[in-house]
Write a protein that binds this ligand. Structure first.
Ligand code: AP5
Ligand code: MG
Length: 194
C-alpha cells in the first residue's frame, strides 16, 4: 500500500505518518527530513539547501527528483511507503507519475489533512516553543512564507489528484487520534482489513 500525506505546514503529516508506519508496516519518505539530513552534512549542496529552507521556499525539483528516485530504488519500500511532503507542485506530481509507472508502483491513497490557517500557525508556534530541537523555519516570519508557497505552489496539486479520483479529504482539526481514526477507517474500508 502506497500513500501520499498531503497538507500545509503543521497539518500533521509527520504525526500521522508515525501512526501509519506502525499500523501497516510502511516506510515513511519525508523529503523535509531527507533535506534536513543533507543540511547537517555542511557540503556545498547542504549550505544551498539550508538557505532555501530557512526562507521557507521550495528546494529545486531536480534535487527532489534525485532524492526520490534514489530512495525508491531501496528494497525496503516493497511493503509500501508514505510520501510526507512530496509532491509539492504540479511538476513534482507529474514526475511522480512517470517514476511510479516506470517502476510498476501503484499509488493507493492521497490524504489531504485539511486544517485552517490559524490552527496551523498555533501548532507551529507550539512546536517551536516546546520541542527540544527547534526547526529554523518554525518562526512566524518564515511560516508566513511557507504558507504562501503552500497556497501558490502546492495546493493546486489537490485538483490533480481529485481528477484521478484518489483524493480523500480528512478533517485535520480534531485531535491526533481522531485524525488517525479517519484515515484508518478509509484504508480499512478499501482494503477490507480489520
Ligand atoms: P517539511 O519538513 O515537509 O515541512 P512542512 O510541510 O512545512 O510541514 P511540517 O513538517 O512543519 O508539518 P507536518 O504537516 O509534518 O505537521 P506535524 O505532524 O509536524 O518541509 C520543510 C521544507 O523542506 C519546505 O519548506 C521546503 O523548503 C523543503 N521541502 C520539503 N519537501 C520538499 C519538496 N517536495 N519540494 C521542495 N522543497 C521541499 O505537526 C505539527 C505540530 O502539530 C506538531 O507539534 C504536532 O505534535 C502537532 N499536531 C499534529 N497533529 C495535531 C492535531 N490533530 N491536534 C493538535 N496538534 C497536532
Ligand atoms: Mg513534517
Amino acid at each position: 500500500m502506497n500513500i501520499i500525506l498531503f497538507g500545509a505546514p503543521g497539518a500533521g503529516k509527520g504525526t500521522q505518518a508515525n501512526f501509519l508506519i506502525k499500523e501497516f508496516d510502511l516506510i515513511q519518505i519525508s523529503t523535509g527530513d531527507m533535506l534536513r539530513d543533507i543540511v547537517k552534512c555542511k557540503t556545498e549542496l547542504g549550505k544551498k539547501v539550508e538557505k532555501i529552507m530557512a526562507n521557507g521556499d521550495l528546494v529545486s525539483d531536480d534535487i527532489i527528483f534525485s532524492l526520490i528516485s534514489n530512495r525508491l530504488n531501496n528494497k525496503d519500500i516493497k511493503n509500501g511507503f508514505i510520501f510526507d511532503g512530496f509532491p509539492r507542485n504540479l511538476k513534482q506530481a507529474k514526475k511522480l507519475d512517470e517514476i511510479i509507472n516506470d517502476n510498476n508502483i501503484h499509488l493507493d491513497f492521497v490524504f489531504h489533512i485539511d486544517v485552517d490557517e490559524e490552527i496551523l500557525t498555533s501548532r507551529i508556534e507550539n512546536r517551536a516553543k516546546y520541542e527540544i530541537t527547534t526547526r529554523k523555519d518554525d518562526t512566524s516570519a518564515v511560516l508566513i512564507e511557507r504558507l504562501k508557497v503552500y497556497n501558490r505552489e502546492t495546493k493546486p496539486v489537490l485538483d490533480y489528484y481529485s481528477d484521478k479520483k484518489i483524493l480523500n479529504v480528512i478533517d485535520g482539526m480534531g485531535t491526533i487520534d481522531e485524525v488517525s481514526s479517519s484515515i484508518f477507517r478509509i484504508i480499512k474500508n478499501d482494503f477490507k482489513v480489520d
